[in-house]
Design a protein around this ligand. Structure first.
Ligand code: CP
Length: 345
């Protein structure tokens, strides 16, 4: 743990350390593609702080008392929505959940009008999931609330990238030089994109593996420039050799409009993370999956729930990472600054 954002800061009124002040200036969390290593480190160390809070007998602190968080989900979610809700409540915020399917969106209300309405009722933070890439960026331009991207289309899932990084560092110590194989539907995966940015920022050796039809154009092309520097493989048996981490991704059938693979059985035969394939990775290699899992398709049941699986730990870490993100961004809002001045943090 670094000296930044210690547990005492959460419960004891203290000015933020100068290093933290300089490392974090974001009011929104839309993506992590432009995060500096210092910013990523600050999220990691603040997550350590939040883990300590979670380990207490009564894991509740008043750090965000007086703050209203609205989760606004236009797409289904189990892990992300519940962990943001819990993260806000543990920090003392009021949390309101809005599912687009049960809101005035079904009557034709636009995203911008919905965001303005939630601001008008008193929201300070909008945690937003949307099936359209870029929707949280649009929202952030039309509100004074902080906007946190909880997954937008194919584009980004920044808190998933952060929690995966945190989970890997917890087990490996450091990801620099480690071989991390991400296998599956890379084309449709916002999780893969956010992981690639976070892991390559720390010098990990990231290998993505998929059939050509499930790889984004330009990925692996070092001259491309706009994409993270990863190696691309199409043969999982080769890609997985000596891996420190194997992350399987879900086949995103809801985003597929065409025959990307011959069929689930053929896909599993070539790309499923199963015991035989995992035996080619380093002994004790970590197995990750962001969930939800299609067991028997991209990952076998025995690997998903085996000794090397860190899937449940990913979910648990998601609460602490989201606590850290909420705490950091709210310090940049007018109300957050007011609460800090009043000594509530
Ligand atoms: N990993 C993830 O985003 O899961 P949910 O869709 O359940 O939130």
């Amino acid at each position: 743990m670094t000296t930044e954002a210690r547990p005492a800061d959460v419960v004891t009124p203290q000015p933020a350390p100068a290093s933290e002040e300089s490392a974090w200036r974001r009011r929104h969390l839309l993506d992590i593609d432009d995060f500096t290593v210092d910013e990523l480190e600050l999220v990691m160390s603040t997550t350590d702080t939040m883990k300590e809070v979670l380990s207490r007998e009564v894991p509740r602190v008043p750090a965000l008392r007086g703050t209203t968080i609205v989760t606004l989900f236009y797409e289904n979610s189990t892990r992300t929505r519940t962990s943001f809700e819990l993260a806000g409540k543990i920090l003392g915020a009021d949390v309101i959940n809005v599912a687009a399917s049960g809101s005035s969106v079904t009557k034709g209300e636009s995203l911008i009008d919905t965001v303005k309405t939630l601001q008008a009722v008193g929201a300070d933070v909008l945690v937003m999931r949307h099936n359209r890439s870029g929707a949280p960026y649009l929202a952030s331009r039309h509100t004074e609330c902080s906007v946190v991207n909880a997954g937008d289309g194919l584009h980004a899932h920044p808190t998933q990238g952060l929690l995966d990084l945190y989970t890997m560092r917890g087990a490996l110590g450091d990801v620099r030089g480690k071989k991390i194989v991400v296998v599956g539907d890379i084309l449709h995966s916002r999780v893969a994109r956010s992981n690639m940015w976070a892991l390559t920022a720390f010098g990990a050796n990231v290998v993505v593996c998929a059939p050509r039809t499930l790889l984004p154009a330009g990925l692996g092309d070092e001259t491309e420039g706009r994409l993270p520097p990863v190696r691309v493989e199409t043969d999982l048996d080769h890609a997985i050799e000596g891996a420190d981490v194997v992350m399987a991704l879900r086949m995103q059938l809801e985003r597929m409009h065409g025959g990307f693979v011959p069929g689930a059985r053929e896909y599993s035969r070539l790309y499923q993370v199963n015991a035989n394939r995992l035996a080619r990775a380093k002994p004790g290699a970590l197995v990750l999956h962001p969930g939800p899992m299609n067991e028997g398709v991209e990952i076998s049941h025995e690997v998903a729930h085996g000794l090397q699986s860190h899937v449940e730990e990913q979910v648990t870490n998601g609460v602490a990472v989201r606590m850290a993100v909420l705490w950091l961004i709210t310090r940049q809002t007018t109300r957050g600054a007011r609460l800090a001045a009043r000594g509530s943090l």
